[in-house]
Design a protein around this ligand. Structure first.
Ligand code: TXA
Ligand code: MG
Length: 316
């Protein structure tokens, strides 16, 4: 695709107005959310959505999340239900995506849903992301703003390193606070299903629902987020649950002890989530194999371990 000059926009009224204008013109704009930076396009413009896949080099069977400024805005595009209302009241704006049936006359490009009759909707909490969605007052389709298969971006510098020259602009507002993509809950079937663990712990969602979430059917490729097992991957091999590094390995620690970088010296899972992708980017830049300390599998640890398993999975 042709090289372009990627504008770096500050999170000011001027920068946000420019970002909204570019989206309206069918351009790609990366914007911050509390989870990771998204690569946004107006979800109603098929050519703009197609450009997302092109810029990322992403397999086109993967559906995208539509970002809205409010639950009311989301209800213009999906068939709402009582469980969605409960979860939206409890967790929106925030790191939660709900998959619901598309509504008649929705106007969303079929490229966003990859032809499914459901749509993932999310209301992000980040102030600059929110301001952009309000300025556009329309649905923004946005995967994470990284080349397909690589580590998700939690700073504007990560986005520029991966996609600079391929997108119109980056709305820069510092580092993302949560650091892991949203949890995705399927609400289009008979019971709520955890489609992807993420930056909101499944236990918190279950506490609000008063019931356990069903687990997704691993054999169902289209409702399975991601997809390709190898994902979020650094260039060099990654070895998990390593009590210590082997010769020539960098060590990504968790909890007290010697290491090259520590996800959280205090063994705090929220801190580890916020650090995960940034630390992987930094170790990746050193070009050596990476050994990762064990991370407990509860709370946000479930999503951290999901991303680590993808980083460590065999590559094509
Ligand atoms: O935190 C996040 O969710 C970030 C930020 C940018 O909002 N976005 C993100 O998007 O992680 P992406 O494209 O990397 O992941 C979206 C996932 C996909 O893996 C897809 O399989 C799933 O959401 N998904 C989207 N729509 C779906 C649908 N209708 N049914 C089932 N899964 C869906
Ligand atoms: Mg992604």
């Amino acid at each position: 695709m042709p090289q372009q000059n990627t504008e770096i926009l500050a999170a000011t009224a001027t920068g946000i107005a420019r970002a909204a204008q570019l989206l309206r013109q069918g351009e790609l704009v990366s914007f911050p959310t509390e989870t990771v930076y998204g690569l946004g396009a107006d979800a109603r413009q098929g050519a703009a959505v197609a450009a997302i896949y092109e810029a990322k080099g992403r397999p086109s069977f993967n559906p995208l999340i539509a970002h809205l400024h409010s639950a009311e805005a989301a209800q213009r595009y999906v068939v709402w239900n009582a469980t969605a209302e409960t979860l939206a009241q409890a967790f929106w704006p925030g790191p939660l995506t709900l998959v619901l049936p598309l509504r008649d006359g929705h106007g969303i490009s079929p490229l966003v849903t990859a032809g499914l009759d459901t749509l993932g909707v999310r209301v992000p909490a980040h102030p600059a992301g929110q301001a952009l969605l309000q300025a556009l007052d329309g649905p923004v389709a946005a995967p994470s703003a990284n080349p397909s298969g690589r580590i998700s971006p939690t700073t504007a510098a990560h986005v520029r390193a991966g996609l600079g020259g391929r997108i119109a602009a980056i709305l820069d507002d510092g580092a993302c606070g949560v650091g892991l993509e949203s949890a995705i809950i399927g609400l289009a079937g008979p019971e709520p299903v955890l489609l992807r663990p993420g930056g909101l712990a499944a236990e918190e969602i279950e506490a609000v629902l008063g019931r356990k979430l069903a687990q997704r059917d691993a054999g169902d490729p289209l409702t399975a987020p991601g997809q390709l097992l190898s994902h979020y991957a650094p260039g060099a091999p990654v070895r998990l649950n390593a009590a210590k590094p082997g010769g020539g390995e960098l060590y990504l620690g968790f909890g007290p002890g010697d290491c090259d970088l520590n996800l959280s010296r205090d063994a705090d899972l929220a801190e580890a989530a916020a650090n995960l992708f940034g630390h992987l980017h930094r170790l990746d830049a050193l070009g050596k194999p990476i050994a990762v300390a064990p991370v407990p599998d509860h709370g946000l640890g479930e999503a951290i371990n999901d991303r680590l398993r993808r980083a460590a999975a065999p590559r094509d």
